[in-house]
Write a protein that binds this ligand. Structure first.
Ligand code: TPP
Ligand code: MG
Length: 671
């Protein structure tokens, strides 16, 4: 590469881009770890994007109509941190850059949502960012249609590397975005032919532009170091009615001895080589030195966005007070005032009706009263709409011809759906829920973990939650999933027992600020166990006394979901034998563990023996069974110890020994 020629052709551009490269080299050297090559390779694209196109306002990082910048190649975090620092985001002063990857600083190894304003999403697990961006673009489309282009009209820009595009999730994202004609989505492909192991060709020969084109994208291929080509490509991308992919041919670690090699991917810390690279850029100044001139050129890139923000504000002020308030409510993720009363009315009606009904159907019934009063919900399913019961008639189906639709047919793309749900929710102004079979949590897991890590209150509607689904057999019957999800920090796993608990779980899920929820719902009918109405949301306590012991309390049965019915029948049998038995319904173990000790002890006093029953593995139950400090000395678990089988549900519960008789026997054996 003739760096001199590049520099003399576009001197201002060059030095601005060199600032990203120099900061990256300095920060990685100071941390003695990190990834230098990606930011050095994509600095030109980033500079043109921020200088000529991005609408952003560092003084108002949450301005709703800003363009979104998503670094899907999250290992290149110094690219993002450099941009945020150079353009003047308060959270990213030079001290943050100097302390890249250090304890207590915002500049973590990979961008972490919530650590500093300006980071739109956590990235690092390759492929997530590009899939999140589809959600951002969907949210933008819905809100543009709903509020009008005067209020919502922005772009989502993404940088993805070879790694992101090799991940399977990228195909799910590309397929969905192409079909949906998400014209405001623009992906830059860092086409540097290098990954960690070496040349991309050793693992992949996919024609990436052809792949995007095959899914309905607008595709361009350019020299990623030529500012004119980059600028023209972005302009063309914005004009095209399809989502755009710009394949940018770049040199990883441009200008460094490690350029175009796998070594360039990682931490380039050699002092001599570092200085030689800076000399090659004609960069002067010591480590972390940015001249006032270059800093002010970078800060000036925000002028366009600041003006756009001011103009937007004027337009927004013209909305009625009620509309402004509703817009803000949705942006801030606040539940409508009506929600609590709506849920209470639903619960009252459900407990009085006392029907036997599958909780997946109860969930649909709840959504039918919630969706009309929460216009911000965006629902969907990965091709199991009729099974997950996720669609309500008022929503309309989102598509190229109906941008106001709030229901998304995600197709058979569980991982892509979950990542899109993160994007939809992080965009602001929307709350995403989506369904699949509980067993396919595995397929969505990468993105579900990120919901939890980022604190995105997405709602996963996971139906067919046990062997209770019956004949479809063990491939479809989750056994380990409840425990796996409970093991995930910051995830609320709800397994409601009836319509009333289902409504309570939905209320908690939709009022959650920073915790995703999983609703584990049954395929089979379940009786109403909450036959007496209470206004209080009992599920909020996580576990509560559903039926108390008559006479001396000797046994506590603890159950969730479909097994609450089993526990209630076991209680009846035990009481007949004169054994006082309490039944605790435990729809959300995490919320129960968050209660103070006094509350937990009230529900689960130390004396009686404990039997937990759940059609899953035992893994997550030990804390409840043993009690804190081993309070309960005797306990047993009735559940699954291996995979299920294909047969009618009643037969499976019988064969696997999850019955009232077995539960009663287990309790008696402990007495
Ligand atoms: C899901 C996932 N798998 C593996 C990794 C580890 N990893 C980080 S970067 C990388 C290579 C990425 O190659 P590319 O996107 O081409 O980045 P470049 O080397 O060009 O910067 C790998 C395998 C990861 N971050 N995420
Ligand atoms: Mg690469």
């Amino acid at each position: 590469m003739d760096l001199n020629a590049l520099r003399t052709a576009h001197p201002d551009h060059w030095m601005m881009a060199a600032a990203i490269r120099a900061l990256t080299l300095d920060a990685v050297a100071a941390a003695n770890s990190g990834h230098s090559g990606m930011p050095m390779g994509m600095a030109d694209v980033a500079t043109v994007l921020f200088r000529n196109h991005m609408n952003f306002d560092p003084a108002a990082p949450h301005w709703p109509d800003r363009d979104r910048f998503i670094l899907s190649a999250g290992h290149g975090s110094m690219l993002l941190y450099s941009l945020l620092h150079l353009t003047g985001y308060q959270d990213f002063d030079i001290d943050q850059i100097r302390n890249f990857r250090q304890w207590g600083y915002r500049t973590a190894g990979h961008p972490e949502y919530g650590h500093g304003k300006g980071i739109e999403v956590t990235t690092g697990p390759l492929g997530q960012g590009i899939a999140n961006s589809v959600g951002f673009a969907i949210a933008e489309e819905i809100q543009r249609a709903t509020w009008g282009a005067a209020i919502v009209d922005h772009h989502t820009y993404v940088m993805a590397g070879d790694g992101c595009l090799m991940e399977g999730i990228s195909q799910e994202a590309i397929g969905l975005a192409g079909m949906q004609k998400l014209s405001h989505l623009i992906v830059f492909f860092d086409n540097n032919d290098i990954t960690i192991d070496g040349h991309v060709g050793m693992a992949d020969i996919t024609d990436q532009p052809a792949r995007f084109a095959a899914s309905g994208w607008h595709v361009q291929s350019i020299d990623g170091h030529n500012p004119d080509e980059i600028d023209a490509a972005i302009t063309a991308a914005k004009a095209d009615p399809r989502p755009s992919m710009i394949a940018c041919k770049t040199h990883i670690a441009l200008g460094h001895a490690a350029q175009d090699t796998a070594k360039g991917h990682g931490a380039l810390t050699d002092a001599t080589q570092l200085q030689a690279a800076k000399d090659g850029y004609a960069w002067i100044g010591g480590a972390f030195d940015i001249s006032a001139e270059i800093k002010s050129q970078w800060e000036a890139t925000a002028a366009r966005g600041k003006a756009a923000h001011a103009a937007w504000h004027e337009r927004f002020q013209k909305l009625s007070d009620a509309k402004q308030a509703e817009f803000h409510r949705q942006q801030h993720g606040e539940a409508p005032k009506k929600l609590a009363a709506t849920i209470r009315a639903f619960k009252k009606q459900a407990s009085e009706a006392g029907k036997s009904i599958a909780t997946r159907k109860s969930s649909e019934n709840v959504l039918e009263v919630i969706n009309p009063i929460m216009q911000e919900t965006v629902g969907g399913s990965a091709d199991l709409t009729g099974s997950n019961n996720t669609k309500t008639p008022d929503m309309g189906v989102f598509g190229p011809d109906n941008r106001k639709g709030r229901y998304i047919h995600y197709g058979i793309r569980e991982h892509g759906m979950a990542a899109a749900m993160n994007g939809i929710t992080l965009h602001g102004g929307a709350r995403a829920y989506g369904g699949t079979f509980m067993c396919f949590t595995d397929y969505a897991r990468g993105a579900m973990r990120l919901s939890a890590l980022m604190g995105v209150p997405a709602v996963y509607v996971m139906t067919h939650d046990s062997i209770g689904l019956g004949e479809d057999g063990p491939t479809h019957q989750p056994v380990e999933h409840l425990s796996m999800l409970r093991a995930t920090p910051n995830t609320h796993v709800f397994r409601p027992a009836d319509s009333v608990e289902t409504a309570e779980a939905w209320e908690l899920a939709l009022t959650s600020d920073t915790t995703p929820s999983v609703l584990a719902l049954s395929r089979q009918n379940l009786p109403t166990v909450r036959t007496t109405h209470t206004n209080k949301n009992m599920t909020a306590q996580g576990g509560y006394v559903l039926a108390d012991a008559e006479g001396k309390r000797q046994v506590i049965l603890i159950a969730t979901g479909s097994e609450v019915e089993v526990a209630m029948a076991a209680r009846e049998a035990l009481q007949k034998d004169g054994i006082g038995t309490r039944v605790v319904s435990m729809p959300c173990m995490e919320l129960f563990m968050q209660q103070d000790e006094a509350t937990r002890r009230k529900v689960l006093p130390a004396g009686p023996v404990r039997v937990a029953v759940e059609a899953g593995v035992r893994q997550s139950w030990d804390m409840i069974l043993m009690g804190e400090r081993g309070a309960a000395k005797k306990s047993a678990f009735v559940g699954m110890t291996g995979f299920g089988a294909s047969a009618p549900a009643e037969v499976l519960f019988e064969k696997f020994g999850i019955t009232a008789t077995k539960v009663a026997e287990a309790a008696k054996a402990l007495l």
